[in-house]
Ligand binder design. Structure first.
Ligand SMILES: Cc1cc2nc3c(=O)[nH]c(=O)nc-3n(C[C@H](O)[C@H](O)[C@H](O)COP(=O)(O)O)c2cc1C
Length: 266
C-alpha cells in the first residue's frame, strides 16, 4: 500500500498529542496531510469517512481514552476499512489501557489498526514549581515519532491491502481500568491578573467557561481538567488552586520524574 494521504484525527487540548501525530505523519512521508480536530465541539453532520491512512491521536486520561474523545470519535469519524495508526500521549506516569481501548474503538468504527505508539507530553497539571515531563515532547521525542512514521510507511508498503493486516497487539487489559469523569474541579481565575480577553473560553474543549463584563465564570461540573485554559492564558491568570490537584501534582513530581521513552507496536 502506498501512503498518498494521511488524515490526522485528534483530540489535543494542550497540543502535545497533535505535535506527535504531526511528526508521525511527517515520517510516513504521505504527500497530503489533512486534519479532523475533535478537540472542539463543532462538526455536527455526517461522520467523516474520507482520507487515506488515519493517524488517530488522543491523550491519556487516567490510563484511558478521554471519554469526550471517544464520544467525538464515535459521533464524527468512520473508518471505511482504512488503515489506522494509533497514538497515545501521556504525562510520564503510565498509559495503561489507553492503546487497547483506542484499538478496540478504531476497529468498532471500521478502521484497520496497523501500528500504535505511546509517546510522552508534559503533564497537564505540570507547573513551574512542580514540573512533570517539562518541555515534552522535545526534539528527541519528535524524532522518534518521525522514525515511527517511517516504519509505518515501510509496513504499509509491504501490504497489498489493509485487510491483510493481522490484529494489532498492544499492551493493556480488558475490562479497562476505571477512567475519570468531571468531578467538579476546575481551574480558578486570578481576578487581579485577568484582562477578560476570553482566550480561556475560546479554547475550552467543553465550553464550560463564560466571560462576562466583570468576571470569568467556570462550570466545574463539566470541566475535564485538560488545563488548556491555563496554558493559553496570556497573563497567567488561570491557575489550579484546588488542593486535590496540588496533591496529585506533588505525587507525580515525586514519583514520575524519571524520563520515560516512547514505545511503539508494529
Ligand atoms: C484528567 C487528566 C488525566 C490524566 N491522566 C494521565 C495518566 O493516567 N497518565 C499519564 O501519564 N498522564 C495523564 N495525564 C496527562 C496527559 O496525558 C498529558 O499531559 C498529555 O500530554 C496531554 O495531551 P494534550 O497536550 O494533547 O492535551 C492526564 C491529564 C489529565 C488532564
Amino acid at each position: 500500500m502506498q501512503c498518498d494521504e494521511a488524515r490526522l484525527i485528534f483530540f489535543s487540548p494542550t497540543k502535545s498529542t497533535l505535535r506527535i501525530a504531526e511528526a508521525v505523519a511527517a515520517g510516513m512521508g504521505c504527500g497530503n496531510v489533512s486534519r479532523v480536530d475533535l478537540t472542539f465541539p463543532e462538526g455536527a453532520g455526517e461522520p467523516e469517512a474520507d482520507g487515506g491512512v488515519a493517524v488517530i491521536g488522543v491523550p491519556v486520561y487516567a490510563g484511558r481514552v478521554p471519554g469526550i474523545a471517544a464520544e467525538r470519535l464515535r459521533a464524527r469519524v468512520r473508518g471505511g476499512g482504512r488503515p489506522a495508526v494509533l497514538v497515545a500521549v501521556y504525562g510520564n506516569r503510565a498509559f495503561e489501557d489507553t492503546l487497547i481501548e483506542l484499538r478496540d474503538l478504531a476497529v468498532e468504527l471500521g478502521f484497520k489498526p496497523v501500528a500504535a505508539g505511546a509517546f510522552i507530553g508534559e503533564h497537564s497539571f505540570s507547573s513551574a514549581a512542580l514540573p512533570v515531563a517539562p518541555g515534552r515532547p522535545d526534539d528527541a521525542d519528535l524524532q522518534k515519532a518521525r522514525d515511527f512514521g517511517a516504519q509505518v510507511a515501510a509496513k504499509l508498503a509491504g501490504m497489498a491491502s489493509a485487510a491483510d493486516a493481522p490484529e494489532l497487539a498492544v499492551p493493556g487489559n480488558v475490562p479497562y481500568r476505571d477512567g475519570c469523569a468531571p468531578n467538579g474541579l476546575a481551574p480558578a481565575t486570578k481576578a487581579d491578573l485577568c484582562t477578560l480577553c476570553g482566550e480561556c473560553a475560546r479554547l475550552c474543549p467543553v465550553q464550560v467557561i463564560r466571560v462576562t463584563e466583570t468576571a470569568v465564570e467556570t462550570d466545574g461540573d463539566g470541566c475535564i481538567r485538560c488545563s488548556a485554559c491555563i496554558r493559553a492564558c496570556p497573563t497567567q491568570a488561570r491557575v489550579w488552586d484546588a488542593p486535590r490537584i496540588h496533591e496529585i501534582n506533588v505525587f507525580l513530581n515525586a514519583n514520575h520524574g524519571a524520563r520515560k521513552e516512547p514505545e511503539t507496536f508494529l
